[in-house]
Design a protein. Structure first.
Length: 281
């Protein structure tokens, strides 16, 4: 019987998972190096869809100490991987302090600063000798290049392809974009995204937003809203020129398929169900 690989991948999400990386990994705090190693691992706690770095404890250039402060409540952002399923997976908006496996939280202490509960020592024999570090608390390099958002997943891929298909985006009956020059972005386990030249977008109907997000594969995103619709808040975005990997979409604009009516060659596409399906608050 044939096996669909995506089901194998998502079937491991309830488990604690790890994978060694050959990259040189460095973490710094206020300019002071906390770890510099070629023996880092990527770790996915149960239910997590994105990885985080675990480093050999003996290679840390900082001290680990029992937490000096009580643990703060951490909001959980759960979502369903497939339509009709109950929300079970945790998206990257769920902060580091929401641990889903047994282990010990620790403060990371340098001569200049302390990161409360910035490290986690999983209680698992396969991860013995390693501690997981809170990605958002440090500045990170893979070899000599900055990484943002979270570590890149070696089993996650982004492909971008040019398309001459007729793509039209509408919301509440108003056409917001129309093009035959889209760049189609295919990303593992995510819906196809259609990136459109700004000249083919009705930016006169839209308003720039202060919202910013980061993606470790594509860069920093700036957003636009369509004020005339309740579904229009932060409905479109564009990436900066931070990463060469995504050069084909630099400066182009994409819309959340989840919240607009998107047609390709005259065929209305179904709205996918993802963590971005609900309009932002």
């Amino acid at each position: 019987m044939a096996t669909r690989l995506s089901k194998v991948l998502t079937g491991t999400f309830p488990q604690l998972r790890y994978e060694p990386t050959a990259k040189r990994i460095r973490a710094s705090l206020d300019g002071k190096v906390v770890v510099d190693t070629v023996r880092a691992w990527l770790v996915w706690e149960p239910r997590r869809v994105t990885p985080i770095f675990a480093v050999p404890e003996r290679e840390l250039l900082a001290e680990l100490a029992p937490p000096a402060l009580p643990a703060a409540a951490v909001e959980e952002h759960a979502f369903a991987l497939r339509k009709g399923e109950a929300p079970t997976s945790l998206d990257p908006g769920t902060k580091f302090g929401r641990h889903t496996c047994a282990g010990e939280e620790l403060d990371v202490v340098t001569s200049a600063a302390t990161v409360p509960r910035g490290a986690f020592r999983p209680e698992d024999p396969d991860l013995a000798g390693y501690v997981v570090l809170d990605f958002t608390s440090f500045d990170w390099l893979e070899d000599d290049e900055e990484i943002i958002g979270h570590p890149r997943d070696p089993f996650h891929r982004v492909d971008i392809r040019a398309s001459s298909a007729a793509v039209e985006v509408a919301l509440d009956g108003v056409t917001l974009a129309k093009t035959n020059c889209a760049q189609l972005l295919y990303e593992t386990l995510l819906p196809v995204r259609y990136y459109i030249p700004p000249s083919d977008v009705r930016l006169d109907l839209m308003k720039e937003s202060p919202k910013r997000t980061v993606c470790p594969y594509k860069g920093q995103a700036s957003y636009w809203s369509y004020p005339a619709s309740g579904q229009g808040l932060n409905v479109a975005w564009s990436y900066d020129r931070r990463f060469r990997d995504a050069v084909q979409i630099h400066g182009l604009i994409s819309f959340f398929n989840e919240r607009v009516d998107l047609s390709v060659d005259g065929v209305l596409q179904p709205r996918p169900v993802t963590p971005w399906s609900a309009p932002p608050k």
